[in-house]
Design a protein around this ligand. Structure first.
Ligand code: ADP
Ligand code: 6PG
Length: 189
């Protein structure tokens, strides 16, 4: 069993990972626009309690992240069963978190936006209208477990421009090229 629709083109599933402010949302949206993968924002899967916790400056922990990660894994599996390819912006800071996202029958590829903390700190200081306080960056950096070699994660430098990051991700993962207007590339009708 592959979890794919019988006879359907295999779907692709991409998670753009990294600490808060690394540019995950920006790059995942760009990949979606370039390759036609269905975009989702992992922040939107957090419970109100998790959001309130972060908003008040308290980092999440394993206990508060497990249900969130399981919900995201389920979302990927459901879209795959529909024949839809996906791209998520999701911190996925620890290997054990990435393993939850990989646990289903579908292959999930990760892109890690990595780079100097000062670049990310400056972005968070400028970002407006987000519940995540910049003060939580230190905890995110402390929690981050960069991918082990056997995880085969594509690592890209956050300092690059968004367009360059999207192009590198599309090329590095062998995703479909720009989608002609009115056409889907994810096999969905
Ligand atoms: N490659 C980039 N270069 C410059 N600014 C960026 C880049 N990627 C994102 N940004 C900006 O940095 C801030 C954080 O980006 P965002 O995509 O929200 O990160 P994340 O989803 O990882 O928290 C936003 O204000 C965004 O416009
Ligand atoms: O695992 C976590 O601690 C959260 O998912 C966290 O990593 C996430 O970063 C926040 O929800 C803020 O969202 P942004 O990453 O979009 O800033």
């Amino acid at each position: 069993m592959t979890g794919e629709r019988r006879g359907a083109r295999p779907t692709r599933h991409v998670v753009v990972m990294g600490v808060s402010g690394a540019g995950k949302t920006t790059v995942a949206r760009g990949i979606s626009a370039a390759s036609g993968l269905t975009f989702a924002e992992a922040d939107e899967f957090h419970s109100p309690e998790n959001v309130a916790r972060m908003r008040s400056g308290v980092p999440l922990d394993d206990t508060t992240r497990w249900p969130w990660l399981r919900d995201i894994a389920a979302w990927i599996a459901e879209r795959g069963a529909e024949g839809r390819s996906t791209v998520l912006a999701c911190s996925a800071l620890k290997r054990s978190y990435r393993d939850v996202l990989r646990q289903g029958p579908l292959r999930v590829d990760f892109v890690h936006l990595d780079g100097p903390a000062e670049v990310i700190r400056a972005r968070l200081a400028r970002r407006q209208g987000h519940y995540m306080p910049a003060s939580l960056l230190e905890s995110q950096l402390a929690t981050l477990e960069p991918a082990a070699p056997d995880e085969s994660v594509l690592v890209l430098d956050v300092s690059l421009a968004p367009e360059a990051l999207v192009a590198a991700a599309v090329k590095g993962l062998g995703l479909p090229g720009p989608v002609p207007v009115g056409e889907h590339q994810d096999g969905a009708s």
